[in-house]
Design a protein around this ligand. Structure first.
Ligand code: CP
Length: 307
């Protein structure tokens, strides 16, 4: 199969196992391309992409822009904080004005869950969800799966623990859908207040003891506490959170096997993970960032139907 079953990448929930495998295999080819001395290919020449970021981003935004430039696309960037959104312009008006300038694809990050789905029904362009509130972050899950596959091979039967603030995490939800479609087992671990009530209905097990979760898994994906999405207190203090759910080198070294450590970033060093763990040889955090470019190249190349 060389075509995606969808016209937009709105979430991992909406794509098939075959779509995921096609994206990861295509990304493997693009990773080889971006490691050549001449990193640019003409695959998206004459395609114009708008990056619309209504929420802050470092990795995702730079990674998409670099991926677009490596593919020779024309790129326009939009930040809500310096736009006419500040004067009251709506999302649809903003996007329609950008599309009037003949844009073919929109990459959008937005604070509202469902914003990308909404947009896909309103405008005539390919939409890529770069994170919508606490809903989905599909390219993060794809680059995470790509990075795990590089280290572990086929993910079928592999055990992945997702640790931390599951309740507010779009990375957790997209990872759960992606890993399960690829046949991996997923456990979540964190304070009860940060585990959504519905999580077991997704076929995910819950473990409240961090050591037990780490002893069980092949990979631990450590998530950031998203204080900016927490309007009430979910745990007594960050210090207590770190004591119970922070991963330090002593705990990592005391495990009976060497596990892989991941983090989507941005890291709160000393909260969910200590610096010596984040920078250890078991950490693949910077591999994730490197792989993000190849995975995003694959997504946009396939959505543009240029294969
Ligand atoms: N992982 C991630 O989405 O990072 P940014 O918020 O910096 O894009």
């Amino acid at each position: 199969m060389s075509h995606l079953s969808v016209n937009h990448l709105l979430g991992i929930k909406y794509i098939t196992k075959q779509d995921i495998e096609l994206i990861l295999d295509t990304a493997t080819n693009f990773k080889e391309v971006i490691n050549r001395p001449i990193k640019k290919v003409p695959s998206l020449r004459d395609i114009t992409v708008a990056n619309l970021f209504f929420e802050n981003s470092t990795r995702t935004r730079l990674s998409f822009e670099l991926a677009q430039k490596r593919l020779s696309a024309d790129v326009v960037n939009f930040s809500a904080s310096s736009s006419s959104v500040k004067k009251g312009e709506t999302l649809v008006d903003t996007v329609n004005n950008i599309l009037a300038m003949k844009v073919d694809m929109v990459v959008m990050r937005h604070a509202n869950p469902g914003a990308a789905v909404f947009l896909s029904k309103k405008v005539n362009a390919r939409i890529v969800n770069a994170g919508d509130g606490a809903h989905e972050h599909p390219t993060q899950a794809l680059l995470d799966a790509f990075s795990m596959r590089e280290k572990l091979g086929d993910l079928k039967g592999k055990k992945i623990a997702i640790v931390g603030d599951i309740l507010h995490s779009r990375v957790a939800l997209s990872n759960i859908f992606c890993l399960q479609k690829l046949g991996a087992e997923v456990k979540v671990c964190g304070p009860t207040t940060l585990i959504p009530k519905y999580i077991e209905s997704l076929g995910v097990k819950v473990e409240s003891d961090l050591r037990k979760a780490l002893e069980w898994c092949d990979v631990a994906n450590m998530l950031r506490i998203q204080l900016e999405r927490q309007d009430i207190k979910f745990f007594p203090s960050l210090r207590e959170y770190t004591m119970l759910y922070g991963l330090n080198k002593e705990l990592l070294d005391s495990l009976s096997k060497k596990i892989i450590i991941m983090h989507p970033g941005p890291i709160n060093r000393g909260v969910e993970i200590t610096s010596d763990v984040a920078d250890s040889d078991q950490s693949i955090i910077l591999d994730q960032v490197e792989n993000g470019v190849a995975v995003r190249m694959a997504v946009m190349f396939l959505l543009a139907g240029r294969q």
